[in-house]
Design a protein. Structure first.
Length: 290
């Protein structure tokens, strides 16, 4: 089953004092690359999250975000009276030295000074984390379903491109014998223009056969057909194998390039160019396959 590396999943965890939204996005990448945006309180759990996501998602550029929306104020804030008085004294003294007026709204200024407002330290509750883990699993499952849907479309597209190459390969056949005859005629015509030149006919026939054999593309065609069959077989497999498909596509490219170099026929070369175009589209889409 082909899976795309592109996907999106979202889940929400409802807690008494919080609403947590988990979003996971995935794009294509040669390896597993995770970027997280999560509150500081959950940082201690990040390694476990990374291990879980790498196991479930395998490859891709993964973006995980956990957003917290507080339903009620469950943390209390206090004012550091001593520090506030110190700031007040320093500002008053400095205003006198610089001969400038003191602030009109003292509290607005002082409450914004560093560390004046102290908030109770929040500790991670295991029950809360279990709810987050469950939500992450739901988001991952949704992302995997998204990947499977995208993968089905990729599979259909890749199958279509392979079929096109197979059909183009059949279009080459009518030009093969025609090409050989043209080569023979051109050589014989060239010899006919020579005057008073004798040559060994048997040796000439041997050289001609050797030259024509160098133009033979049956082996390349057979290997290309095998690669096309193997590509489809891999597509139909139980596991998505983007890297393997990439390797097979490289082998397909080698055979198509050899066909082009041996063609020695304008119509065949045009067909080979069309095959290369189909192959490039295959390679481009394989980059998205898991």
């Amino acid at each position: 089953m082909v899976h795309s590396m592109t996907g999106y999943g979202k889940a929400v965890a409802e807690l008494p004092h919080k609403k947590l939204t988990i979003e996971i996005k995935s794009l294509n990448s040669k390896q597993f690359d995770l970027f997280t945006r999560i509150p500081v309180i959950y940082r201690e759990k990040e390694i476990g999250l990374r291990n879980y996501l790498s196991k479930k998602l395998e490859r891709g550029k993964i973006d995980l975000s956990i957003t917290v929306e507080r339903i009620s104020k469950d943390l209390s804030s206090t004012i550091d009276h001593t520090l506030l008085k110190q700031y007040h004294q320093e500002i008053t003294t400095l205003a006198g030295e610089l001969q400038i007026g003191v602030p009109q709204d003292w509290f607005q200024i002082l409450l914004r000074m560093p560390d004046v407002m102290k908030q109770d330290v929040e500790e991670l509750d295991e029950t809360e984390w279990l709810a987050i883990e469950e939500a992450v699993e739901k988001a991952v499952d949704e992302l995997i379903r998204f990947r499977a849907q995208e993968g089905e479309m990729l599979k259909n597209l890749l199958t279509e491109k392979v079929t096109n190459i197979r059909q183009l390969l059949q279009e080459i056949e009518p030009y093969e014998n025609e090409r050989i005859e043209k080569v023979k005629s051109r050589i014989y015509d060239g010899l006919a223009t020579l005057e008073n030149k004798e040559y060994d006919v048997n040796r000439f026939e041997q050289e001609l056969i050797y030259y024509i054999e160098k133009l033979d593309v049956n082996e390349e065609k057979a290997r290309l057909i095998n690669h096309l069959d193997y590509f489809i077989e891999t597509l139909e497999g139980q596991k998505s194998q983007g890297k393997k498909l990439g390797f097979i596509a490289q082998e397909m490219g080698r055979e198509i390039n050899t066909l082009g170099s041996k063609s020695n026929h304008s119509d065949m070369q045009r067909i080979v160019v069309r095959m290369k175009d189909e192959l490039e589209q295959i390679k481009e889409q394989i980059l998205n396959v898991l």
